[in-house]
Design a protein around this ligand. Sequence first.
Ligand code: ARG
Length: 458
Amino acid sequence: MTLYKGRIDAAPNELMDALNKSLPVDIRFFPYDVNTNRVWATELERIGIFTEAERKSIHQTLDSILARYHSGEFHALPDDEDIHTLTERLLTEQLGDTGARIHTGRSRNDQVACDLYQYLMDQLNMLKSHLHNLISIICDVAKTHTSTLLAGTTHLQPAQPITLGHFLMSLGFALQRDFQRADDAIRRVDRCPLGAGAIAGCGFVVNRTKIATELGFSRPTDNSIDTISDRDVAQEVAFVCASTLTHLSRYAEQFVIWSNPAFGYVKWDAQWSTGSSMMPQKRNPDAMELVRAKAARAAGNVTTLLSMTKGVPLSYAKDLQEDKEAVFDSIDTALLTIQVFGQALKSAVFNPDQMKKVLTSDMLATDLADALVEKGIPFRKAHERTAQFVTFLEDANRDLLNATVDEMNSHFPEFKDNPLQLGYEASLERRSVIGGTAPSSVASQIKILKDWLSQNTE
Ligand code: ARG
């Protein structure tokens, strides 16, 4: 399209064209750009630029090019620089001067922001709904494992007995925060950029409040310079994706470890596993490995988006065109990964017997120290005496659950009259505090999240 005719009198160098062209990326804005044009045409009619008949012809043409786009019979020309020039070319080819009037009072600067905000709004809602599904799957799996014992680790070393349900719910609550982040980001995306113009605001008396409502936004943006210069909403969405994927990557890593036969806690359904081209015995947890890796590109995209705007002079600069690849990639990756993680988790088979076998009685040492505290011993001293006892048993090739009565009595006369009963289930039960690992507490956590899920359906 001869967008710059009269000023730029040569076709761009091929390499410049390749660098400058954003259509292959921003083509996905097409339905939003059609919307933007539709509402703009309505407003141009209101201020007398279009007659009613002209506005109608614009709307009809937009309908028909959108239908062509959806049916795939829609071809860009080499001259189409971006999605906005493409739409304008299609309108002008069809309608002549009427099409040539559509860009009145508008700039691609406010147009691209307008498309972007509409797109982000839809994607944030999609992200919320995918997160909602995943949290619901997590609650269901956790519910079948509220009492399934698991060796809880810190530093990846045996720490304390927990339940698998407790462990899974930790992810549920982390994802709840990501959902809330997405929800909160919607409030900042819910402002209509159209009418900001190139920098100074539209030079025609358009009704920006009405435009905002017609495009489904709650209100117009407040400052035209800010509107066309900033990409913080894209950065924020990319961060929500990165946070979500970073959360998933940690659990994916844990699940990869757990599916090694040395742990043997979980087996992935064949649908979510792959074999080896050479080693016939292999069953690899590729789904979880890829989930783990996707967090890296999501973090990279946040960095791209921040660095891309860092130090860019106000207001618009072409640097800002680079936002799309990064934010699209973050969203696409997050939406796919969240679904894979959920489906793989839903069909995973956990092995509670194996998980129980891995528990070691030294994980009850804190319970022993706590019991001493209940006998009036200061915790630091209880800690030391328990540590000495664990070392003593270790040297004797024994452990806390098979210490003899004599051994117990000689180290801990406090329990002589009332022998201490250490046990994994008892250890869980002790932790019935809010947020704790006791099955009753885990059940409450599931209820909290399930209630929240039912209050947060679209
Ligand atoms: N394709 C451009 C982008 O994505 C649209 C805005 C172009 N504005 C301009 N002043 N050249 O940012």
